[in-house]
Structures are given as structure tokens and as C-alpha cells.
Design a protein. Structure first.
Length: 164
């Protein structure tokens, strides 16, 4: 998995994050393609600044022509949401262009609830925080794209198998 270095650093620095999106669906057991890493990160100022320091140290930069640090500014995030309908702030690795991280600019599910219900999934020595199936389904329903509807069906099947 190409994001292990990042996830390890997030765990070591005790950053409050939860993996959401396609990779979370894969980690729950549905085999499908997904290249980017979708993250919900606590938008608490301290947590967010630590998160941005970690990604910067690892070589990620803003995909947009704005400084990475702008993401920590709640006024700028609000402007992006209201004026540009922005859903995620994208980061790309300076040397590994295939590594793309999308961070939600606002909570789709209140972060404290998302974090409280996350599941810990072992990726070797790392225990990644992954959104619960219920929260993933809720987020996918809100997005409503064809791939999201497919993911919901797959997550329903995973739940059905787990409850046998």
C-alpha cells in the first residue's frame, strides 16, 4: 500500500484522522480500484496544524496554487466551500505523482462521531483508523455517484456476511 509511510506518521504523531472513501471500502473487504486516499481529519486547529506539518515533511504539497498552510485557515476553507463548492482539498506528493490525498474541507459526518465509530484495521505494523461501514454508507449515499451506489451494495453484502 503506497500510503503506509503517511499512515505510520499520522499514528506516531497521534493525528486524529479517519480513512474514508474508496480505500476505506477496500479495507473493509471489497475488491475495487482506488488510487487516492480520502481522509477526514479533525479540523481542530492544533490537530490540523500537526497534520499539515506531517504531510509537508513527507513531501506532499497542495494540488491547487495555494500554500498548504491555507487549509488550516477556517475562513479560507469557508470561502472555498461557498464560492468554489469545494468538497476536498487535494494534496499530491512532490516525487510520486500517483499519491493523491483528498481531505474533506468540512465534516460530512460530525468528526467526533466518525472518529468514535471508526474501526482499527491492521496494515502490518500499522493500525489505520477506517470509517465504520455505517458511516461509509451514509457518506456514499450523500455523494450518490454510480460508484458510490456500487460501494453501498458491496458494503451491505459485507455487513450481511459479518452478521451471519
Amino acid at each position: 500500500m503506497i500510503y503506509l509511510e503517511l499512515l505510520k506518521a499520522l499514528e506516531e504523531k497521534q493525528i486524529h484522522y479517519v480513512i474514508v472513501g474508496g480505500l476505506a471500502v477496500i479495507l473493509h473487504g471489497f475488491a475495487r480500484m482506488s488510487i487516492d486516499l480520502d481522509l477526514a481529519v479533525s479540523l481542530d486547529t492544533s490537530n490540523l496544524r500537526h497534520f499539515l506539518n506531517v504531510v509537508k515533511e513527507l513531501g506532499y504539497r497542495s494540488r491547487l496554487p495555494v500554500p498548504l498552510e491555507d487549509f488550516a485557515d477556517p475562513v479560507k476553507r469557508k470561502t472555498w466551500i461557498e464560492q468554489k463548492n469545494m468538497l476536498v482539498f487535494s494534496l499530491v506528493h512532490e516525487k510520486r505523482a500517483q499519491e493523491l490525498i483528498d481531505i474533506f474541507v468540512q465534516d460530512i459526518v460530525p468528526f467526533e462521531e466518525l472518529y468514535a465509530r471508526h474501526v482499527s484495521i491492521s496494515l502490518g505494523a500499522i493500525h489505520a483508523k477506517v470509517a465504520s461501514i455505517q458511516d461509509l454508507k451514509k457518506m456514499k449515499e450523500l455523494a450518490g455517484r454510480p460508484q458510490d451506489l456500487q460501494d453501498i451494495a458491496a458494503l451491505n453484502e459485507i455487513e450481511r456476511r459479518q452478521n451471519k
